[in-house]
Design a protein around this ligand. Structure first.
Ligand code: B1M
Length: 221
C-alpha cells in the first residue's frame, strides 16, 4: 500500500496526469495518476489511501513552489493530476441514500481560484447524503445571497486557500449572517482557523471534509 501511496504522490507532485500526457518529459510513456488510481482501486486500495497520496504530492509541490523550485504551471499540472484521481474516487463516496438530508451550497470565495479542496468537500458531503449546489470559484458575496434565497434552509460552505482572500471570506460570512442569522455557515481551507471563525462569526470551522459532514448531521433543522 505504501508503494501505491508513493506512486500517487509522485504523479501529483510531478503533474503526471495519465500515460498519454507528455508532461513531465522524464515520465513520458509511464502510467499516470489516472491509470495508477484505477488499478489500485481495482486491487482493493482504499479511497483514503489514494487521498493520502494526493495530499502528500500537493504538500511537496506546494513546498517546492514556496521555495521557488516550482512555478504556477507546475501547480496547474499537479491540480490536474489530483483531479484525475478524484474522478475515480467519486463512485466510492456516493452514499446510495435516496432521500437527501438537506442542501449544502458551497463556493470558493471572491478572488480565489483554488477548487480542489472545495471539490473534495463537495464530493464527501454529497456522499454523506446531501444535495450539493456548487457555485464554483471566485464567488462574490451576492451569489451566496442569491443561493440562500433559492435554497431556503440550506447550509452554506465557504472555502479559501489564500491569506489574501480570507478577508473576502469574512465579508461573505458577515453578509450571509446579516441576511439570515439562522443559516449555518461553515468555513474551511488551509489558512482558515478556529480563531478566524470566531472573528468573522461563522458557525463552524472544519479542517477537512469529514468534520464538515459530522457538523451538518448534527445541525439538521
Ligand atoms: Co496556489 N497557493 N496559488 N494554486 N496552491 C497555495 C494555496 C500556496 C499555499 C502555495 C505555497 O506558496 N506554498 C500559496 C498561498 C500562500 C498564502 O496565501 N499564504 C498559493 C499561491 C500563492 C497561489 C498564487 C497566488 C500563485 C501565483 O499566481 N503567483 C495563485 C492564486 C490564484 C488565485 O486563486 N487567485 C495560485 C494558483 C494556484 C493554481 C490555480 C495554479 C492551483 C490550483 C488549481 C485548482 O485548484 N484547480 C494551485 C495549487 C494546486 C496550490 C497548492 C499547491 C495545492 C492546493 C490544493 O489543491 N491542495 C497549494 C499549496 C498546498 O496546499 N500545499 C497552493 C489539496 C486540497 C485537497 O487541499 O485545498 O487545503 P485544500 O483542502 C482541504 C482542507 O483545507 C479542507 O478540506 C480539504 C480536504 O482535506 N477544506 C475545507 C478546504 N475547503 C474547505 C471548506 C470546508 C471545509 C473544509 O467547508 C466549507
Amino acid at each position: 500500500m505504501q508503494e501505491i501511496i508513493e506512486k500517487i504522490a509522485t504523479c501529483v507532485e510531478k503533474g503526471k496526469i495519465s500515460r498519454t500526457c507528455p508532461f513531465p518529459p522524464e515520465m513520458a510513456g509511464q502510467d499516470g495518476a489516472d491509470e495508477i488510481a484505477a488499478e489500485a482501486l481495482k486491487g482493493g486500495i482504499t479511497p483514503d489511501a489514494l487521498l493520502e497520496g494526493c495530499m502528500l504530492g500537493m504538500e511537496r509541490i506546494g513546498k517546492d513552489f514556496e521555495e521557488e523550485r516550482a512555478y504556477v504551471p507546475n501547480l496547474v499540472m499537479a491540480a490536474e493530476a489530483m483531479t484525475a484521481v478524484m474522478k475515480h474516487l467519486k463512485p466510492f463516496l456516493e452514499s446510495g441514500e435516496v432521500k437527501q438530508k438537506g442542501t449544502f451550497v458551497i463556493g470558493t470565495v471572491a478572488g480565489d481560484l483554488h477548487d480542489i479542496g472545495k471539490n473534495l468537500v463537495s464530493m464527501i458531503i454529497e456522499g454523506g447524503g446531501y444535495k450539493v449546489v456548487d457555485l464554483g470559484v471566485d464567488v462574490a458575496t451576492e451569489k451566496f445571497l442569491d443561493a440562500l434565497k433559492e435554497h431556503p434552509g440550506c447550509f452554506i460552505g465557504l472555502s479559501a486557500l489564500l491569506t489574501t482572500t480570507m478577508e473576502n471570506m469574512g465579508d461573505s460570512v458577515k453578509a450571509i449572517k446579516t441576511a439570515s442569522p439562522e443559516t449555518r455557515v461553515l468555513i474551511g481551507g488551509a489558512p482558515v482557523s478556529e480563531s478566524f471563525r470566531d472573528r468573522v462569526g461563522a458557525d463552524f470551522y472544519s479542517p477537512n471534509a469529514q468534520h464538515a459532514v459530522k457538523f451538518l448531521n448534527e445541525h439538521l433543522p
